[in-house]
Design a protein around this ligand. Structure first.
Ligand code: NAP
Length: 260
């Protein structure tokens, strides 16, 4: 088997943005990283850039809404490595915000966003869990957002409560948060630590394509800075937390945990 003595990590949506930086940082830390991309060419281009920098990465075709690509990814990882140590469910979409005003929302847009941000995480996780069970220190990191926090969304002093009302992207992350808590509860006894990362407002295409900010706030982090919390959660030691929501690599500092 390939990868003996190394951590094998899979990052979904790793061809750009925060996922690319998570893959870069995990590989820089010595992991063998599988760079998930729904578009084969974009995945190969991203992997080539990392290999030029001396990093050990391979592209893997993976659309989190396409069961065939998920099955093929599992077969590939099983055959090559026989296990998976780290799964970062990073792939996510905002959906068209113009179609997310509650009273006029397009239900198809809501379904589309949930397919990627919620069901995609479930399908990929469930497919990969048998491989994660073969790891001595399995970790799952789900990329959420503080936009999905009910506490912050209802705090009149918080900028998130001033953002326009939207019923696809924020609820998809709220649902992902509860999903993660439930996975953590089930998998705790199997040594799998499952946590949520909030990258913070980050300067990526995601934000650029959706108006450049939220509730009057502009991005405060680069993708490389945003990646750090996910990388920290992907490399937790055996006594690390599970079923929690963090937005800082210094997990338990004053600002490190995100309220539900
Ligand atoms: P991004 O630059 O738009 O990158 C998103 C990545 O996800 C891309 O690689 C994209 O692939 C991929 N993707 C989308 N749908 C996919 C699918 N069905 N299957 C596989 N890959 C798919 O966004 P980002 O800012 O890096 O966001 C990464 C994560 O952080 C998301 O979950 C997002 O919700 C979360 N987040 C971001 C911010 C922020 O301020 N940027 C804040 C909070 C949370 P393509 O290149 O093919 O489109």
């Amino acid at each position: 088997m390939d990868g003996e003595g190394e951590k094998i990590a899979l990052v979904t949506g790793a061809n750009k943005g925060i996922g690319y930086e998570i893959a870069w940082q995990l590989a820089s830390g010595g992991a063998r990283v599988l760079l998930g991309a729904r578009d084969r060419q974009r995945g190969e281009d991203a992997a080539a850039a990392m290999r030029d920098a001396g990093l050990d990465v391979s592209p893997i075709a993976l659309d989190v809404t396409d069961p065939d690509t998920i099955r093929a990814a599992v077969a590939h990882i099983d055959e090559r490595f026989g296990r998976l140590d780290v799964l970062v469910n990073n792939a996510g979409i905002s959906g068209n915000f113009a179609k997310q005003t509650p009273s006029t929302a397009d239900v198809g847009t809501i379904r589309e966003v949930f397919e990627t941000n919620f069901f995609g995480v479930m399908e990929v996780s469930n497919a990969m869990i048998p491989l994660l069970f073969r790891s001595p220190s399995p970790r799952i990191v789900n990329m959420s957002s503080s936009i999905g926090s009910l506490t912050l969304a209802t705090d009149p002093n918080d900028y998130r409560s001033q953002a326009p009302a939207r019923v696809a992207y924020p609820p998809s992350k709220t649902a992902l948060n509860m999903l993660t808590v439930q996975y953590a509860r089930e998998l705790r006894g199997r040594g799998v630590l499952v946590n949520l990362a909030d990258p913070g407002l980050t300067d990526t295409d995601f934000i650029r394509n959706t108006g450049g900010g939220v509730g009057g706030q502009r991005p405060t982090r680069t993708a490389a800075q945003a990646a750090r919390v996910a990388v920290r959660l992907a490399t937790l030691g055996p006594d690390g937390p599970t079923g929690m929501f963090f937005n800082d690599e210094d997990l338990f500092n004053d600002e490190g945990t995100v309220p539900w």
